[in-house]
Design a protein around this ligand. Structure first.
Ligand code: GDP
Ligand code: IMO
Ligand code: MG
Length: 426
């Protein structure tokens, strides 16, 4: 059984928490795209753990963690992460499968990311982890794959070839011996995990019809290279189609696709964001939601729930349901807003998410106003225990998005959620 969990907005929706929760019933948890630009926060036994590359099922001892072909891997970061989780989870070689097809981020790609950003008149606001440059090399068919990491002669041949092709690369290699030494050491430590991860996952699914594979998206639908707010996107496909392409599987074998969304919206980095609140409301959301990047620490831009963008995300992914997160953050706000349409100065009222970022940037949100609630709902586990205004808010989200809300997040911990599949709203 394959379930795909994707970010429905611009990332940081709380994917790590939900993968950790739903991972209890999964045999395999797989990351299918992105790299250490991701920061997925888990709270386990009161301890906060931020995962960047390891799948969020890694802290469930029975779960196999797979890093599939669509991911870009930073070996130095991965070794540090493995050391960080060592006190909570033992990650033996047979429990972490890294695809031999995955591409590798080198110190050069990290340097190039920084350099490209500083040269842009309209920077993207990347995480500067080398993500874009590594996917550029992959698309240009000159990248370094995990297979090359496993054998020193392969790695040396790749470096030699790149130095011959690119004076910039050669200079970086010559002038940064320490970072390359750390890279070689990390490559040696990561190598034993590299395997034909896709074949192993498929074989596992074939061998046991009951086993559940949870596919963990990084980033979010609106950062998708094809379907997001290009060029203000990441360089991969965080959507459900990206999961299928990364594993290589019959798409009809996917049982469910869930979209994870905040009960409001955030964005890190540049790009259009119609419901952004640059006033007091934005500040309240940032403070109450602790909206600071898990990877870069940057303050997240905050705004109201955007049902137009969410309908679009649902169409792109085919959501079977929404996991509506961080509802507790809205407690104490007297008036809440849900964006139900856009008003464009030239094209008038739009009910569809536009394909051009400049059109989206010029859109003003059309809001539906809802009453808030004062009660602290942190940790509430049943729909019945939510104040009426909170239930109304969830119902409105369901209605304007056109997708059922299956779970509600009421806090950052493993226990902080209400399961609506047992008490559906009507
Ligand atoms: P991800 O990248 O999608 O995994 O999300 P992040 O970890 O970057 O950001 C989500 C943040 O919200 C983290 O700090 C989580 O601990 C926190 N969080 C997750 N779910 C909830 C929730 O339901 N309520 C509150 N208040 N915080 C949550
Ligand atoms: P998770 O998985 C939020 C954003 C960056 C930038 C753009 C491109 O934690 O939700 P990149 O470094 O990928 O080339 O940057 O994408 N971005 C994220 N925003 N959450 C993330 O990951 C992100 N990963 C990248 O801020 O705007
Ligand atoms: Mg994050």
């Amino acid at each position: 059984m394959i379930e795909i969990l994707v970010g429905a907005q611009w990332g940081d929706e709380g994917k790590g928490k939900w993968v950790d929760i739903l991972g209890e019933q999964a045999g395999i948890v797989a990351r299918f795209q992105g790299g250490n630009n991701a920061g997925h926060t888990l709270i386990v036994g009161g301890q906060k753990i931020v995962l960047h590359q390891l799948p969020s099922g890694v802290l469930r001892p029975h779960c196999i963690a797979a890093i599939l072909s669509g991911v870009v891997v930073d070996p130095v970061g991965l070794v540090a992460e493995l050391a960080e989780v060592a006190s909570c989870a033992e990650v033996a070689y047979d429990r972490l499968w890294i695809s031999a097809r995955a591409h590798i981020i080198t110190p050069y790609h990290v340097w190039l990311d920084e350099r490209l950003e500083s040269g842009l008149t309209r920077p993207i606001g990347t995480t500067k982890r080398g993500i874009g440059p590594t996917y550029m090399d992959k698309a240009g068919r000159s990248g370094l794959t995990a297979v090359d990491l496993m054998e020193l002669p392969h790695l040396e041949a790749w470096i030699e070839r790149r130095c011959a092709e690119s004076a910039d690369f050669a200079a970086h290699y010559r002038d940064n011996p320490e970072s390359w030494e750390a890279f070689f050491e990390a490559a040696r430590r990561v190598s034993p995990y590299i395997c034909d991860a896709e074949a192993k996952v498929r074989a596992h699914l074939r061998g046991d019809a009951q086993v559940k594979l949870l596919m963990e998206g990084a980033q979010g639908t609106l950062l998708d290279m094809n379907h997001g707010t290009y060029p203000f996107v990441t360089s991969s496909n965080p959507t459900a189609g990206g999961a299928v392409a990364s594993l290589g599987i019959d798409p009809r074998k996917v049982s469910k696709v869930y979209g994870i969304a905040k009960a409001y919206t955030t964005r890190v980095g540049e790009g259009p964001f119609p419901t952004e609140c640059q006033d007091h409301a934005g500040q309240i959301l940032r403070e109450q939601g602790a909206e600071f990047g898990a990877t870069t620490g940057r303050p997240r831009r905050c705004g109201w729930y955007d049902a137009v963008a969410m309908r679009y995300a649902s169409e792109v992914n085919g959501f079977d349901g929404i996991l509506l997160n961080k509802l507790d953050v809205l407690s104490g706000i007297d008036e809440l807003k849900i964006c139900i349409g856009y008003q464009h100065p030239k094209y008038g009222r739009l009910s569809e998410f536009p394909s051009q970022p400049d059109v989206l940037a010029a859109c003003r949100p059309v809001y539906r106003y809802l009453g808030g609630w004062r009660e602290d709902i942190r940790g509430v586990r049943a729909l019945e225990d939510l104040p009426l205004a909170a239930k109304n808010y969830v119902t409105a989200i369901q209605e304007f998005t056109g997708v059922a809300v299956k779970f509600i997040g009421t806090g950052p911990g493993r226990q902080d959620f209400a399961d609506l599949t047992v008490s559906l709203l009507n």
